[in-house]
Write a protein that binds this ligand. Sequence first.
Ligand code: KG4
Ligand code: ZN
Length: 408
Amino acid sequence: MADVYILGIESSCDETAAAVVRSGEKMMSNVVFSQIATHQPYGGVVPELASREHLRAIVPVVRKALADAGQTYQSVDALAVTQGPGLAGALLVGISYAKALAFALEKPLIAVNHLEGHIHAVLLEERQKENREIKFPVLALVVSGGHTHLYLASQRAQSWNYENIGHTRDDAAGEAFDKVAKLLGLGYPGGPVIDQLSTHGDPTAVKFSSSHLKHPDRRTARPGAKAPASEGLSIAALKRCATQDQGSPPALENRPRFDFSYSGIKTAVLRYVETHNLRGAIEARRKELAGMTKPRLEDYLAHCDPETLDLVASFQRAMVEDLVGKTLAAARACGVATLFVTGGVAANHELRQRFELDAAQEGLPVYFPSRPLATDNAAMIAAAAYPKFLARDFASMEVSAEAGMALR
Ligand code: KG4
Ligand code: ZN
């Protein structure tokens, strides 16, 4: 089979990205234009500004991706674009541009789900390392600013199937990192700052109880516990079922769910701030950091007292323990052979370490994308498009943005 060059375009949130990937396994270029500076003063992504910035950046970003890959508009075999989920106006910029290119160049257009892209970022990473030994079924934790989702992923010929077995009932994990950072006057986005500061605090200093990480009507099953009667089989039965046939996880209707909840821990941090009179110090820090164009770790450290560093480290520890604990419980119950951890929060050092240690204890291989492939990028979109190219699963010219697009 001849090499297939796919130009991927991603514009679902606050990164304008384009990349060329060869045959789903070799990243030829990966250009990401981050809008962080635009959104930073607002402490979060402003949808209208995101669309405007995508419009400004899309043409130069695509040109650079082609040039870096030694390709041209004419030489690529297909175009792939993120259809959803994401911000409707932001998605539309990428989709309209990709449609126009596909029409003008008479090339096939492939519509890709952003979450499928995050999952294929792991596959791309492993293929680049020439690892072709991934065993199925795979459980993928997609953990980002907009999602905390668990998918069972399976592959039949060129067709990938995804079954959602858990998601957050309220805030996504990345959203919790961002909200806590904002609350503590640490700016936006919060994940990378909290990640760096956490090594300077005591992660056992502040206790977050499991009730801070629980949704009132969550149906999360615990290892060794019986699934609620309405969910059919007990976890033990599911385990048996999964061991009998490693290739096919237990039937959909009998599966317990493994949901997450992160709005409680954010409220617990707020309460801590109030009861420990941290407001004054937070406001001072916010002002100091706002005056700097790109604060460095030393700047953050210079404006954080030990109590704040302990709070940050304890928050991250609680988040990591919850994400790892629930994902491994789901992996056990579904009898999966491999774990994928992907999305922006998968860049977190403590999360990666903890997953590696705990999964190894269970004899479960765990794979992550490299950091540039963990956060939003277009190489993952071009990689996810390759099996669709082989299956000739092309989008029509009527394809449009699907802000709430589900992954199946
Ligand atoms: O995947 P992504 O780039 O965009 C979405 O699809 O949401 O993820 C962005 C999220 C943000 O919430 C950001 O704070 C978080 O990922 N993030 C991190 C780290 N790097 C990015 N969270 C924790 N630790 C990190 N090192
Ligand atoms: Zn993402």
